[in-house]
Design a protein around this ligand. Structure first.
Ligand code: ARG
Length: 582
């Protein structure tokens, strides 16, 4: 158990021994450091329950706390706040423990098997800025959940089974009508058939076909027919679809690799299509699948529900299955292949209704046990300086690649070319680019929109990714210089600054737990900044390596090493790498 949790449990017991029951207890770091490191605020609420004055309750608890050598300077303030500080001995011991093994100070949770669905890139369409947030968030939540002891299986869940693919295949058919895929008499193996198409072609073909379909009804109708063909696994059409997915996936993977995002599974909607028959059987058996104007729907509106809740449209009148159908089928697929305790989805807040419908239908049809938790993790948009979704100069949707280029140009202006070797410049700029974007992305609560400014967030000063990276590199270089001298034990606290850093370090478990609960990284991003700036202040005020008092120097090196290790751990959760120099 973490150090802070242990103390909290003990204080809870002390409160109980003083005669008061309390459900949960959290030590609040004090914002009046002159009064103590922490505050206990519970006497006021206990007073109401026990009909006793808060001061009198505080007095009794204080008396018990005074017997515990871990605490000092216990005092009562205002209407009944108890302030207290940790003794130096306790803090030194805590620091040494964290220095020896950072992970021993992280509270492990009861391990669950979680499928985490994020990214959701669409095959043959360029990735855009919206896909970025999903990927960043999902990847970080995966890392956080694993750190806390869960088994997480990440899945890219590619969009590869809808009308866009119908359009792409139609256009390929127009351009290459003689391909074996479109030849009904072809009996051979499609594996051996070359598709004369590159990803570059796909990026051109989809916008072309999609624009054409807007004005050409016959063309659109043909695309609809092709869509139902591959959806029904018709020979040739399903095979060309799989080839296209293969080509596109390689490109998508390159972008995710760049962003330091790794998937265990690269499944797509098309893989879930193998479970569509089973899905329809289950729905039919329970009489949930209803015919409506030639389409097949599932009602999910509750009786007495006033707000609008449209039914799920599972099969359109032209016979195509929908995004909702593939999501339901994917739930069956995951149940059969993984049998998870929880499934999490990271998708744009505009998809909230979609997931509400899918979850309701899942419950209604009992596709999975009621105990299986389905969680939708929605997020807001990344906006440009005008407060509107990030756009290109001419007002178009910004592709992810262009955004990355834009930020990279900015980060290249900040690199110190005196210390970064010429052959390392590209790699360094790439790492800082990812840090710039991701850190900005995590700073606010995931549900809120935020304004992304490439200039501001690539700055080495301020609450930015590059600031954290730069500071972390500096800690590393100090440790390298002092390496030969570290004896691996702290024995002194010098003043309130190092004291404050240790208290901040101790708070880690609470930050992690909260981030996990709200499925947002903003507290971690904020904590990383707080810890780093506190350390930087300490660094600026002390000449660590020149310190003559050997005990003090050792204690400071241990402190530095612990902050450094923690920075590395948290940067890794956020999916950021640290360059050698910058
Ligand atoms: N491909 C979808 C999109 O671009 C996102 C997929 C999200 N995941 C899911 N299981 N529906 O909007």
């Amino acid at each position: 158990m973490s150090i802070i949790k242990t103390v909290e449990n003990d204080i809870k017991k002390i409160i109980k021994d003083s005669g008061y029951e309390i459900e949960s207890f959290v030590l609040q770091p004090s914002n009046r450091k002159d009064l103590g490191d922490y505050q206990i605020n519970d006497c006021m609420s206990l007073a109401k329950i026990y009909h006793e004055s808060p001061i009198s309750i505080a007095e009794k608890i204080k008396k018990e706390l005074e017997k515990d050598l871990r605490f000092k300077d216990i005092n009562i303030a205002g209407p009944g706040f108890i302030n207290l500080s940790f003794s130096d001995d306790f803090l030194i011991q805590a620091l040494n423990q964290m220095h020896d093994d950072l992970k021993s100070n992280i509270d492990q949770q009861e391990s669950k098997t979680i499928v985490l669905d994020y990214g959701g890139a669409n095959v043959s369409k360029a990735l855009h800025v919206g896909h970025l947030r999903s990927a960043n968030l999902g990847e970080a939540l995966k890392r956080l959940a694993r750190l806390l002891g869960h088994k997480v299986i990440s899945d890219a869940h590619l969009g590869d089974f809808g009308r866009p693919l119908g359009l792409v295949i139609l256009e390929i058919k127009k351009r290459y009508p003689n391909l074996a895929y479109f030849d009904e008499s072809y009996q051979g193996n499609y594996e051996e058939i070359e598709l004369p198409i590159t990803n570059k072609d796909l990026e051109e073909i989809y916008p072309y076909a999609s624009t054409k379909a807007k004005t050409d009804e016959a063309y659109l109708e043909e695309a609809r027919i092709i869509t139902t063909k591959f959806q029904q696994h018709e020979r040739g059409y399903y095979d060309i679809l799989k080839k296209i997915v293969e080509i596109s996936r390689k490109e998508i993977k390159k972008v995710y690799d760049f962003l330091n995002i790794e998937y265990d599974l690269w499944e797509g909607e098309s893989d879930a299509s193998n479970y569509v028959n089973e899905l329809f059987q289950i729905l039919k058996d329970q009489e949930l699948l209803v015919e409506s104007e030639g389409a097949k729907i599932v009602e999910v509106k509750e009786e007495n529900e006033n707000s609008p809740m449209p039914p799920l449209l599972l099969v359109t009148s032209s016979g195509a299955i929908s995004y909702q159908t593939t999501d339901l089928a994917t739930i069956l697929e995951r149940k059969h292949k993984i049998n998870p305790d929880e499934i999490w989805y990271c998708a744009d807040l505009r998809q909230q209704l979609h997931f509400e419908q899918v979850f309701r239908a899942t419950r209604k049809a009992k596709l999975v046990d009621d105990s299986v938790k389905l969680e939708y993790i929605g997020f807001g948009t990344m906006n440009g300086s005008d407060g509107k979704p990030f756009k290109t100069r001419d007002g178009g949707v910004m592709s992810l690649k262009s955004l990355l280029e834009l930020v990279k140009t900015e980060t290249k202006k900040r690199i110190n070319y005196d210390i970064v070797q010429a052959q390392k410049v590209e790699e360094t700029a790439n790492i800082i680019t990812v840090a710039t974007i991701k850190y900005a992305d995590f700073l606010s609560f995931r549900g809120t929109d935020y304004i992304f400014s490439p200039e501001k967030f690539s700055d080495v000063e301020g609450k930015t990714g590059p600031y954290i990276l730069y500071s972390t590199i500096r800690m590393k270089s100090l440790l390298l210089k002092g390496q030969s001298e570290i004896q691996e034990k702290s024995s002194r606290i010098n003043n309130n600054i190092d004291r404050d850093i240790i208290i901040t370090l101790l708070n880690l478990p609470n930050v992690l737990t909260k981030s996990y609960e709200i499925k947002s990284l903003n507290d971690i991003a904020d904590y990383l900044y707080t810890l780093t700036s506190k350390y930087n202040k300490f660094y600026a005020e002390n000449k660590i390596l020149q310190e003559e008092n050997e005990e003090l120097k050792q204690s400071w090196l241990v402190l530095t090493k612990t902050v450094y290790n923690l920075n590395l751990l948290l940067l890794d959760i956020l999916g950021l790498k640290v360059p050698e120099k910058m």
